[in-house]
Design a protein around this ligand. Structure first.
Ligand SMILES: *Cc1c(COP(=O)(O)O)cnc(C)c1O
Length: 469
């Protein structure tokens, strides 16, 4: 669109807009670069004919006020953090896209101290010599899992790559076809094997594998018998898999170690929450896995970290591997992880202190009671056209753990009459703070399991704002 020439003279100058009192006030809290950027952008948009220009002198004052308000809002949005808090009203407890596990207060406290003070990260305070950062969690991990030794890296994907590279480069790794998994975010076992330089020896069929398949595939050049927990899917029906325990005699006979990629890294029995049991780390070690790998931020409920636990001679090999240095965990993660592990060791009820476990443990009746109160308060403030109902539903563990199992919950279902649910859902995502909900059957579905009680008021405010549009 080309602008009539005479309109240019009506475009306010950048300096005039910046001089306006509200903008000057804004500069106390909002960085100058953001204000300048948005002021220039709005002036440019007028020049390009993309932003209306008011020529009527009567309306000019109100127009300038509007412009200044608009600049203020845009500048605040431009200056805000990119990574910021979100209200998770989906009921997916370990949502990978929303940061998986929330940390326990003790973990945050310890992390803050290690972040703001010098520490003995790699310092042996007894001798004054250089120490190892891995020492800070080694004993705790051994105690909790029953492993001889343990080491940590950035995440479980890194743990798997390090183990495969160190133990099986240029050699064969035996794996059942039914365990050739893909985890979200492009972690695919066949590609990871290739990256680590080992040869995949696929055995069995999609649904079944037998001990004789493992026996037949184990030869001179076999470096590992790998088991991968099928975290995010289940093969049901006519199935058979071989446990680490059943592989043990073969491993003993041939000297080929068993590696178990557990994924979720559960330290407590999920049955206490009414979920199907996931293999715990200590079970896998006790059964006979020589090496287990798992995540710190899935069911363990700690920071993002990958744990490798198992036989001391194998861990010693990893400590000498060059890759370990490139996968080195940061001190803040270590601090949070040590504190989280201490909760498991020291607390009578870790499932009450670890936020992820606490959310999984919330009873259906307590969520129902909260959903009732919440929906009643919403009824008072939402447009009358919005129908609000309670519905039985299922919360999810998330992060690919216990995929087929839901936890009974009560959903607050909002019928967004007139406005499409998807449009309201998008408005919620852009809310302050952003709110993530589920959409189903044309309704917004809110699961309070993942919403801390103290956030309910804020959630209601963002909902009302989004539904008013
Ligand atoms: C989640 C998972 C991984 C990847 O772990 P990250 O901590 O996300 O790197 C690897 N293997 C299995 C079986 C998993 O479930």
């Amino acid at each position: 669109m080309t602008l009539p020439k005479e309109h240019y003279q009506h475009i306010p100058s950048v300096n005039a807009l910046l001089a306006a009192a509200p903008i000057q006030e804004l500069l106390a809290s909002c960085p100058r670069w953001a204000v300048l950027k948005e002021t220039r952008a709005i002036v440019q948009a007028m020049r390009d004919g993309l932003e209306p220009i008011v020529v009527d002198s009567q309306e000019k004052v109100a127009w300038h006020e509007r412009l200044v308000r608009e600049i203020g809002e845009r500048a605040k949005r431009t200056a805000r953090y990119s990574l910021r808090r979100v209200i998770n009203a989906t009921g997916v407890v370990l949502h990978t896209n929303m940061g998986r596990a929330l940390l326990a207060p003790g973990a945050i406290e310890h992390m803050t101290q290690v972040a703001t003070e010098y520490s003995n990260l790699e310092l042996d305070l007894e001798t004054g010599e250089r120490g190892s950062r891995y020492e800070h969690v080694r004993e705790l991990l051994c105690e909790l899992t029953g492993a001889e030794d343990a080491i940590v890296v950035n995440n479980n994907a890194a743990a798997v790559v390090l183990c495969l590279s160190a133990f099986a480069k240029g050699r064969d790794v035996v794996l059942a076809r039914g365990e050739l998994v893909e985890i979200g975010g492009s972690f695919r076992i066949p590609e990871i094997m290739e990256l680590s330089g080992c040869n995949l020896r696929e055995i069995g069929t999609t649904n079944r594998v037998h001990l004789r398949d493992y026996e037949g595939a184990t030869q001179e050049d076999t470096a590992l018998l790998l088991k991968v927990h099928t975290s995010n899917y289940r093969v049901i029906g006519f199935t058979k898999s071989i446990s680490a325990g059943e592989l043990r005699p073969l491993a003993d006979r041939t000297g080929v170690p068993i590696m178990h990629d557990l994924g979720a890294g559960c330290l407590v029995d999920l049955q206490m929450f009414g979920l199907p049991s996931e293999p715990t780390v200590q079970e896998s070690i006790a059964e006979g896995a020589d090496i287990v790998t798992f995540s710190g931020d899935k069911l363990l409920g700690g920071p993002q970290i990958g744990v490798i636990a198992g036989r001391a001679d194998l861990i010693a090999q990893l400590k000498k591997h060059q890759l370990l240095r490139t996968l080195r965990v940061d001190k803040l993660c270590l601090a949070a992880f040590e504190a989280t592990l201490r909760i498991y060791r020291d607390s009578k009820e870790p499932e009450r202190e670890i936020p992820a476990l606490r959310m999984l443990g919330l009873s259906a009746s307590s969520i129902e009671a909260r959903a009732k109160t919440f929906s009643e308060s919403l009824r008072g403030s939402l447009p009358a056209s919005c129908g609000i109902q309670l519905r039985p539903g299922q919360s999810q563990v998330g992060a690919g753990a216990a995929p087929e199992a839901g936890l009974p919950t009560t959903l607050v279902a909002i019928d967004t009459k007139g406005t499409q649910a998807a449009i309201v859902e998008a408005a919620l995502r852009r809310g302050r703070p952003p709110v993530m909900v589920r959409v189903g059957g044309g309704e917004l579905l809110i699961d309070l399991r993942t919403v801390p009680e103290q956030d309910e008021t804020l959630l209601a405010e963002v909902l009302c704002a989004a539904l008013a549009v």
